[in-house]
Design a protein around this ligand. Structure first.
Ligand SMILES: O=P(O)(O)OC[C@H]1O[C@H](OP(=O)(O)OP(=O)(O)O)[C@H](O)[C@@H]1O
Ligand code: HPA
Ligand SMILES: [Mg+2]
Length: 181
């Protein structure tokens, strides 16, 4: 389906993202100071850029794994039906796990993924999201660490897409459909 034309207005610069990730990494290292090897689970596809930058700031042993969940397809509204398209490869029973998400919007994705992972008996399960849109929340969930709280706007860049485009922008931008203000 063709989309209405839009432009992207920068909302959070690449520099601001990098500075925030440094600070978040310090808090995560403190939380997991006694962890032997942290399992860092990135939710594909949106978190692939964030997890890459985050783990490089984590000066501790980590195992990187991925889980693919999808609910938006090519739309700007959640389908509310979260599907797990690819499961993690490793076992997490008794392990310390950090789930890395790019954005929490309605919260359905994170809620569903946490429900699935919790049932496997991790020792500690924590979550980090680069972006949080609390005004849009429908599921009763909050990430343990949030990079930036943002208003209700559809955003792209730094891994986040609109209909599979714009994931490769180095900054976070707001989609503005032309003709709208
Ligand atoms: O809080 P929610 O309303 O559930 O929305 C957040 C989720 O939606 C997007 O993923 P999407 O399903 O578009 O898949 P993608 O990560 O492959 O882009 C985003 O990356 C989050 O995972
Ligand atoms: O603002 C967003 N942008 C892109 N994908 C999303 N999925 C949930 N919210 C968003
Ligand atoms: Mg996603």
């Amino acid at each position: 389906m063709p989309h209405r034309p839009y432009v992207i207005d920068e909302m959070i610069s690449a520099k601001a993202i990098a500075a925030r990730i440094e600070a978040l990494a310090r808090e995560i290292r403190a939380e997991f100071f006694d962890t032997d090897k942290l399992v860092v689970v990135g939710l594909l596809r949106g978190s692939f850029v964030f997890i890459a930058d985050l783990v490089r700031e984590l000066d501790m042993p980590v195992e990187v794994d991925f889980l693919e969940a999808s609910s938006y397809g090519d739309a700007t509204e959640s389908s509310r039906e979260v599907r797990i398209l690819k499961d993690i490869r490793g076992q997490i029973e008794g392990r310390d796990v950090l789930v890395v998400e790019d954005i929490v919007d309605t919260g359905f994705t994170l809620e569903h993924v946490l429900h699935v992972l919790e049932s496997r008996g991790p020792r500690k399960l924590r979550t980090i999201a680069l972006l949080d849109k609390p005004s849009r929340r429908e599921a009763d969930i909050r990430a343990d660490w949030v990079g930036f709280e943002i208003p209700d706007a559809f955003v792209v860049g730094y891994g986040i897409d609109f209909a599979q485009r714009n994931r490769n922008l180095p900054y976070i931008g707001k989609v503005r459909f032309t003709g709208e203000t």
